[in-house]
Design a protein around this ligand. Sequence first.
Ligand SMILES: [Zn+2]
Length: 506
Amino acid sequence: MGKPIQTAISPTRAEDYPEWYQQVIKASDLAEKSPVRGCMVIKPWGYALWENIMRTLDGMFKITGVKNAYFPLFIPLSFLEKEAAHVEGFAKECAVVTHHRLEKGPKGELIPAGELTEPLVVRPTSETIIGDSFSKWISSYRDLPVLINQWANVVRWEMRTRLFLRTSEFLWQEGHTAHADKEEAVDRTRLMLDVYARFAEEHLALPVIRGEKSASERFPGAVSTLCIEAMMQDRKALQAGTSHFLGQNFAKASGIRFQSAQETEEFAWTTSWGVSTRMIGGVIMSHGDDDGIILPPKIASSHVVLLPIIRKDDDRRPVMEYTENLARALREKTYGNRQIDVEIDTRDIGGARGWEWIKKGIPLRVEIGPRDIAGNSVFLARRDQSPKEKKSLTREQFIEQIVDILDDIQKNLFDRALEFQKQHTVKIDDKNDFSRFYTPENTEKPEIHGGFALSHWCGEGSCEEMIKEELKVTIRCIPFDAETEAGTCIWCGKPSSKRVIFAKAY
Ligand SMILES: [Zn+2]
């Protein structure tokens, strides 16, 4: 038995996965807790990730005809009340503004005053306020479709919070569309889910399963909710994006009417779809290792850090000149939809410098010392490989190959995550096996067990509820590619024609 290998993050994933997650965020400097309970401060390294996510997704939306707009942060309470299921779904997590001014009390303390005649809800989502605008913008079939997206923050009050995964305020985009006919709205719902799936797989390196939610997991007020689900390294599912077909429910609530080509008055068919900063939590949990986060190059806050090694004063000038020349040459190249981002870290802090960048998850680290200059070379390390694995390349080779190397890292992360997902996705047909799958064998590490179970379900909400109650396991989705197959419900034994995906979830 050798000495345990030292890792940069303590505890390791195997020791305590939830605590590992918190420590990875701290060590990577992505975000921190704020003085406001449940709200986070997203630091520059984390915000750069979000900016890259926004830029890429925004381009993908626009190609499908979507335009950006912006709507108010506050929603009149009466708007939210218009759709019964919607208000019921969100009522428990609404922040409500009731006053509009502060006055000095008898001891000089500030007290809210100027009570509003109608309270305002801080948007938990914007179907109702955007629906109000749509009702004014749309009067004829010629005005349709309307395809709108907004990048915004929303508030859903949370008692138990976790950075990026569950916070009271979070950043997201919400798309809202209105259509003259049902088919077109149904197609749009699916189209946007496919955009999300492609983005998750190609840019976040997250393999996802596409499917439809069961009735109990639907968005409040929707006719159907489509989703993408990814597996984290603790084998739990993370819902990474949703797209809702709203039927005419919200059109009726907000009065989105139009005159059809046949001159009849009709209600529009609407959709809504969103992804949030939660995706960053998904990236951390699916790619990170015991040395910290590993950023997929396509969305990485930066691609490469140059680490000049200056041991004596005489080295400084030639090393810095070589470093800056290399940075210039790299910045002229493009990777994906942006130029290569290069950091230069000249801090004299010894070995801690390299480890900081490992913990920040930057895809490539390049050391440059006097010997490299003499040999016209660079010393390269990849974040997806062991910290000890370093390779010497000529300067020209590196410049020429950097795009391919980044692509190779991107692909490697996806392949690893896909392999992990496959390894922990199993068909289960026996109720006892099913329970055992979700019951930890080692009670000291209750987090590490289970995975995705592909099992039959009769379609009854009562079975779903009992499974949730007893095992804390939910139906993540009914996969689009599920084959029709005769079987019996994993819980009640009634006939079923399809397998669904069960898992514990974030
Ligand atoms: Zn059943």
